[in-house]
Design a protein around this ligand. Structure first.
Ligand code: URA
Length: 234
């Protein structure tokens, strides 16, 4: 059970004091019944509305972003812009953080949430969630590279990678599927084959594909089925 003013503020749309004012003004309903007291407690999952409009007061929220180059995958940085700077005001109030990291110059699908358990399941190799990248390399990848990726590469510093899928595409483009997220992993895997990575874009996490309509730096909330796609294979 949670106090109504806290519940309403969880939406990111209102501060606690704004929530109290709205409730006292009779503009808030819970499960269709007008609510008059900010102190009244309600169960998680009840339906809250303001002026008849449904308000999402869920504890945990999930978003996808098309990360643009230059934005840091961090919640704060003294000198440089982070992915949180790409959010709108109410989204910023939700306490979101990026699920794992993309390098500063990597673009594409980045999940943001305030659910630590979800983030852990996406990131940890234990859960085997496959991340799909589109890479441009200095020269084309070939059959020997494909075989080396599938056997599990050993990087120049001795780091052993789990078996991964490499699919050469047209020209110097290739698709890389990995289920772990070591530091600069995909770039280092490609470099270990003597084919430095010139640009990298993440296109999918599990079976969840980046929404092509988002545009650079765009962000939107996941639908329930999309959240489940993260843990399905494509
Ligand atoms: N691998 C990399 O090398 N960089 C990223 O940003 C993500 C995966």
């Amino acid at each position: 059970m949670i106090r109504l003013d806290r519940l309403l503020a969880r939406s990111g749309l209102y501060s606690r004091s704004e929530a109290r004012r709205l409730i006292r003004a009779g503009r808030v309903a819970v499960d269709g019944e007008a609510a008059a007291s900010p102190e009244a407690k309600y169960p998680d999952g009840c339906a809250v509305s303001v002026d008849g409009e449904a308000v999402n007061c869920a504890e945990f929220r999930y978003f996808m972003m098309d990360k643009r180059a230059g934005a840091l995958s961090a919640t704060e940085d003294a000198g440089q812009g982070t992915v949180l700077d790409l959010l709108t005001g109410w989204q910023r109030a939700l306490g979101l953080f990026p699920v794992g990291r993309l390098d500063k110059d990597t673009t594409g699908l980045l999940l943001l949430t305030n659910d630590g358990g979800f983030a852990h399941r996406v990131i940890s190799p234990k859960y085997g969630v496959v991340k799909t990248y589109l890479a441009l390399t200095a020269s084309p990848m070939g059959a020997e590279d494909v075989a080396a990726f599938s056997e599990g590469l050993v990087l120049s510093d001795g780091t052993r990678c789990l078996p991964a899928v490499l699919e050469p595409l047209e020209g110097c483009l290739c698709r890389v599927l990995v289920s772990e997220g070591k530091y600069h992993q995909v770039k280092r895997m490609l470099a270990s084959r003597g084919k430095p990575c010139l640009s990298l874009r993440r296109t999918a996490i599990g079976a969840l594909e980046l929404d092509a309509g988002l545009g650079e730096g765009g962000c939107r909330e996941l639908r329930q089925f999309e959240k489940e796609l993260v843990f399905s294979s494509s």
